[in-house]
Design a protein around this ligand. Structure first.
Ligand code: CP
Length: 302
């Protein structure tokens, strides 16, 4: 049976840990020819820098070949071809499909149509499971554990697919505490709060971005996602609602780390970048090792 990765819940906790172990191995030795003779399709119907390039770097480091597009405008979608037909065709050409698409549920649909495994590289505001696995790897590397952590999620918690996937994954570990800082319009959706309640996990909601962050082990900043707003006036109201500045980190824990899936706009001031607590660029590098691990696991290569 083929192994897709569409939602973070497609993997068990043991699989998260397996990916962490494999990622650590790829970090020590990133160049291995285990994908030799294989073709991977990289289909990006929505813009991306990190996810696409880190996947393509991972494929290259594993000795595989890449086909695909970075812009749906250069594909036959512009002639009216359906997602069904595009995936059906590409799954005849490639051994694995990595796909980003603006529509929620599109990745699950692609997996149903495809003969070869599909990895979801982000579907609308729904899920971004490979980002979550690299986030878990980043948290494990910096905290030494995935248990008993106080995680602050800040910004666009409504449309932020990385937040949704990370919340689901972290809730599999021991005794997490979540603190959600968001304006009324961008609060974490009810379904995720229900999930936490059902699992008996503590969470707190805040509007103010204040010294409450001093208790954090991880501050997970997010961008307000302009592309998900149908009303530009609504976006203007909230776009600069929280900005993390270096001074705000003075009394935070010594081992606290600031994560951000990137790209950032204004939500982390550049004066944070030189602080040793800023981890977001290292986090993006971890994406290469984690995606090598995901590919190896998906294709049962090691
Ligand atoms: N983190 C992330 O998904 O970045 P890109 O949109 O650049 O791929």
């Amino acid at each position: 049976m083929k192994k897709d990765l569409i939602s973070i819940t497609d993997y068990t906790k043991d699989e998260y840990l397996r990916i962490m172990e494999l990622a650590a191995g790829f970090e020590k030795n990133p160049n291995r020819d285990i994908l030799q003779g294989k073709v991977v399709a990289s289909l990006f119907f929505e813009p991306s820098t990190r996810t696409r390039l880190s996947f393509e770097t991972a494929i290259s480091r594993l000795g595989g070949r890449i086909i695909g597009f970075a812009d749906a405008g250069s594909s036959s979608v512009t002639k009216g071809e359906t997602l069904h037909d595009t995936i059906k065709m590409v799954s005849n050409y490639a051994d694995l499909i990595v796909m980003r698409h603006p529509l929620e549920g599109s990745a699950r649909y692609a997996a149903e149509v495809s003969e070869v495994p599909v990895i979801n590289a982000g579907d609308g505001a729904n899920q971004h499971p490979t980002q979550t696995l690299l986030d878990l790897y980043s948290i494990l590397k910096t905290q030494g554990t995935l248990d008993n952590l106080n995680i602050f999620m800040v910004g666009d918690l409504k449309y932020g697919r990385t937040v949704h996937s990370l919340l689901m994954a972290m809730s599999e570990f021991e005794n997490p505490i979540f603190n959600f800082i968001a304006p009324e319009e961008l609060m974490i959706p009810e379904e995720y709060k229900m999930h936490l309640r059902e699992k008996g996990i503590r969470f707190y909601e805040h509007r103010e971005f204040t010294d409450i962050i001093n208790d954090a082990d991880i501050i997970y900043m997010t961008r307000v996602q302009k592309e998900r707003f149908s009303d530009p006036i609504e976006y203007e109201k909230v776009k600069n609602v929280y900005i993390l500045r270096n001074k705000m980190l003075e009394k935070t824990k010594a081992n606290m780390r600031v994560l951000h899936p990137l790209p950032r706009v204004n939500e982390i001031h550049p004066d944070v970048d030189a602080n040793q607590k800023a981890y977001y660029f290292d986090q993006a590098l971890n994406g290469v090792f984690t995606r090598e691990a995901i590919i190896a696991h998906t294709m049962k290569l090691i």
